[in-house]
Design a protein around this ligand. Structure first.
Ligand SMILES: [Zn+2]
Length: 434
């Protein structure tokens, strides 16, 4: 097998620092591409997304990549290998944002993909590199996340395409308009030569900062359950109903919430959240009659997550029985945990160690494109420390030194990746290409 990067000279620290500075300056420029003035909001196939794509396309081209848009608006930049029919590594993340977002979520991962190609400085690897900027991950416009990676993996289905946005525009109609404007779109499916997926992403949480680490290696993307629990008691006069004759739905819900918090705190790695609560009749002088609580539970181990959800729901029943409150509960959504590829996780550990960061395996509590891509190609993710753990917020930040560190680790990943291609054999790969 050809040795990759043969004869290259060791890069200086300054190279990575300046490429990191460029990547960050580009994040600043993309932050100006917004559907809402004064904030960063960039949704699927919006005018702001088009302006963003034009800039990213220009940077990809000047880094030596051949660019194209696929049918769902994913922007692809291909950096050719040393031989024509070589296998490919995909480096990707998303270019859309939540409303009033920060400037690094998703975007930084794409800028790091381009930065790594720039760090190669024209040298060719034994594999091609596809940098993909996914057109939608956050799901803001259609209430459906991962449109870009779903399309890439063949899981964007007819019912998804029939969804309508807030203006009543169906997804298929939006895609038709896009494809009319970009008649040379390519198929959204993965190239049959794609062998692995690599994603850099800000952590969006406080774990790495707490541990004093610049980078982390994601081992698992947590599974998730969402449920609604309703407590139905009896509304009554706040002044005339003695305490012992009340069936207060909110008091029951409050007891349940603290029980869930305490049970989740005692289970390592488990997170449970009630983020939405409604109370009827919602008046200061009326005993609450009906309270609905959302429940979001996540863990790396599906069995632990399911058992925890069952336990939380049983606790609600027990509290309801004791307080003569009717409990209705519905589990609305379940997403299994996704384990990232062991070979690539080991490789990521190795390169992180080589740049002087002690390898830390992490469970991502948030969903990412890697979760979708992992169904088709061996996938791995690096997290970059999030100062203050802040994300989905204009104060989202990243340290320039961490970005340079990610580039150092990334270039080592590229240098070692070819030797692992044999292990990521065709047979391991699920058939997701169209
Ligand atoms: Zn993201």
């Amino acid at each position: 097998m050809r040795t990759m990067l043969a004869g290259h000279t060791a890069r200086t620290e300054t190279d990575f620092d300046s490429i990191a500075a460029t990547a960050l300056a580009r994040c600043d420029m993309l932050a100006k591409c917004s559907d809402e003035p004064g904030q960063i909001t960039r949704t699927f196939l919006s005018p702001a997304m088009e302006r963003c794509n034009r800039l990213v396309q220009e940077w990809m081209r000047s880094a030596g990549m051949i660019t194209s848009f696929d049918r769902v608006g994913n922007l692809r930049g291909y950096y050719a290998a040393s031989s024509e029919d070589a296998l490919r590594l995909i480096i990707g993340s998303h270019l859309d944002t939540v409303p009033n977002a920060g400037r690094y979520d998703g975007v930084l991962g794409v800028m790091l993909g381009i930065g790594l190609v720039e760090a190669l400085a024209g040298r060719r690897c034994g594999f091609g590199i596809d940098v993909i900027g996914f057109s939608d991950e956050e799901g803001v416009r259609y209430g459906l996340p991962f449109i870009g990676s779903r399309a890439a993996t063949g899981t964007l289905l007819a019912p998804h395409l029939a969804r309508r946005d807030a203006d009543g525009i169906a997804m298929y109609a939006a895609l038709d308009a896009f494809q009319n404007a970009y008649p040379d779109v390519v198929d959204a499916g993965l190239d049959p030569r794609a062998r692995a997926y690599l994603e850099f992403h800000i952590e969006q949480g406080p774990v790495l900062e707490h541990a004093g680490l610049a980078l982390g290696v994601v081992e698992t993307i947590a599974g998730q359950s969402r449920a609604t629990v309703a407590f139905r008691g009896r509304a009554g006069h706040a002044g005339t109903t003695p305490m012992f004759l009340r069936r207060d739905a909110l008091a029951a819900a409050a007891e349940w919430l603290t029980a869930v918090e305490s049970a989740a705190s005692s289970m390592p790695g488990l997170v449970a959240t009630t983020g939405r609560i409604s109370c009827e009749p919602d008046a200061a002088n009326v005993i609450p009659g009906l309270v609905r609580c959302s429940l979001d539970v996540r863990h790396a181990d599906d069995a632990i997550r399911r058992a925890a959800v069952e336990d939380f729901l049983r606790t609600a029943d027990a509290i309801g029985n004791r307080r003569e409150i009717e409990v209705e509960r519905v589990v609305e959504y379940e997403q299994a945990a996704v384990r990232l590829d062991r070979t690539l996780v080991a490789l990521a550990d190795q390169v992180v160690s080589e740049v002087g960061v002690s390898p830390r395996h992490m469970t991502s509590g948030a969903g990412h494109d890697a979760m979708i891509m992992a169904a088709c190609v061996p996938s791995v993710m690096f997290f970059l420390r999030s100062p203050g753990g802040i994300s989905h917020h204009p104060d989202e930040a990243v340290y320039a030194e961490d970005v340079a560190m990610a580039l150092r680790a990334g270039i080592r990943f590229l240098e070692r990746f070819e030797a692992h291609l044999d292990q990521l054999s065709e047979s391991e790969r699920k058939s997701c290409t169209t």
